[in-house]
Design a protein around this ligand. Structure first.
Ligand code: SAH
Length: 387
């Protein structure tokens, strides 16, 4: 008998409503090993589709097909081709972008990012991990990259019982690669950088912010300078803040590379620094807040909300009238409505009238699946202090 997993009525209902994940609590019977592609069977013994099966994670099933369509290498290849074609059609003004965005490309738990001639892949479930050799061969054939690096070091791999590794899967991957995003060049360390090297999901928000940025700029949580460097062309004074010495080092190097030496980077804790700047009476015309995910899980939502409120409130006070605040949250546990509420409260408590000029999300190469709220994680509001 082919490998199969029987799920509950509630699990079947989830699949019917378009969700690709079935949790362990909705798995009734298992005739499979972790990492296999399995037939998914409903409570009335009807075949629902095919999926990746994990025997360790809370997410036991990640649907690949619904109905009778087989889930084989041909399907994976067609989906990767489709993903690549979609990115090509976007005509992005960048040499680094996401080629495959997991669930949104119907390739659950697979990430493929392009950095010029190099690719970085992440296989975040047992099933995808097993498919990695086939996926590597498909990518080599379709993209012909100079090298492919597996950044299989995210913590979620441990939840799957998989090892956390970084390995070259194909060709050569140099210590640093140069990529372009609009007019800015970045020197990226694919092995040690956060995520797969850059925060690619913010590319279009940086572009959008460039339409408003002017005067004195404060870029908070700047990593290797994504916003600061992009906005430095219209801002004669730029301060970039990050707690990581490595990031600050890179901002400095990237500032020189891009001919914007007026970008000043400081290694500080943004929470402390905003307080200090407020006491010192500093004022800015443009402020960017792009913190890490404060709410990594449901339990941390109250603290996260307090954190978001604090930095937004202080940033509003530091803004000159007519100034812009580009404020982001990448916690999917804090949804758009909750984030808007935080901004509202920060505006009231800081006695600062602000208007919403643009409401944005992650870039188009990281699309959201309708009906899967988990895939809408990045919120970016562009606000203006009216007076
Ligand atoms: N804005 C960046 C991405 C920011 S990622 C871009 O466009 O590429 C979040 C950054 O916040 C990380 O670089 C991390 O080192 C930094 N960080 C986390 N906590 C911090 C804190 N309390 N103070 C300052 N920086 C912090």
């Amino acid at each position: 008998m082919a490998s199969a997993v029987v799920i509950s009525a509630r699990g079947e209902e989830r699949v019917r409503s378009g969700h690709p994940w079935i949790y362990r609590t909705d798995v009734v019977d298992v005739h499979a090993e972790g990492g296999e592609i399995v037939e998914v069977i409903g409570p009335r013994r009807r075949r629902i589709g095919h999926a990746l099966f994990s025997d360790r994670s809370q997410i036991s099933i990640r649907m690949l097909t619904v109905g009778d369509r087989q889930a084989d290498d041909k399907l994976i290849r067609a989906r990767i081709e489709n993903s690549i074609r979609f990115r090509e059609s976007l005509a992005l003004d960048a040499s680094a972008y996401r080629l495959v965005h997991g669930e949104a490309d119907l390739l659950p738990s697979l990430v493929v990012d392009r950095y010029g001639d190099h690719l970085v892949v992440q296989a975040l479930s047992q099933g995808m991990d097993r498919l990695l050799p086939a996926i590597t061969a498909i990518l080599v054939d379709l993209v012909k990259p100079a090298g492919i690096l597996a950044r299989n070091d995210p913590k979620v791999r441990a939840l799957e019982g998989l090892e956390q590794t970084i390995a070259v899967l194909h060709g050569d991957v140099p210590e640093s690669v140069i990529v372009r995003e609009g007019p800015i060049e970045f020197d990226v360390d694919l092995r040690k950088g956060q995520k797969t090297g850059l925060f690619l999901d913010q590319r279009e928000n940086r572009e959008a912010a460039a339409r408003y940025a002017r005067g004195r700029l404060l870029d908070c949580f700047s990593y290797n300078g994504g916003f600061a460097l992009r906005l430095a062309r219209t801002c004669p004074e730029v301060e970039a803040l990050d707690i990581s010495a490595d990031a600050v080092e890179r901002i400095r190097a990237n500032a020189v590379r891009n001919g914007v030496p007026h970008v000043q980077a400081r290694e500080v804790n943004v929470f402390d620094e905003l307080r200090r700047l407020e006491r010192a009476g500093a004022r800015y015309d443009t402020i960017v807040l792009d913190p890490p995910a404060f709410a990594k899980n449901k339990a941390s939502i109250p603290n996260a909300m307090a954190g978001y409120k604090e930095i937004n409130l202080r940033a509003m006070r530091l803004l000159n009238p007519g100034g812009y605040l580009v404020t982001c949250s990448c916690s999917y546990n804090v949804n758009e409505e909750m984030f808007a509420e935080v901004i509202h409260l920060a505006s009231i408590d800081s006695h600062t009238p602000v208007t919403m000029v643009e409401k944005r999300m992650q870039g188009r190469d990281h699309p959201v699946i309708v009906g899967v709220p988990e895939t809408y994680y990045l919120k970016c509001f562009i606000l203006r202090r009216v007076e």
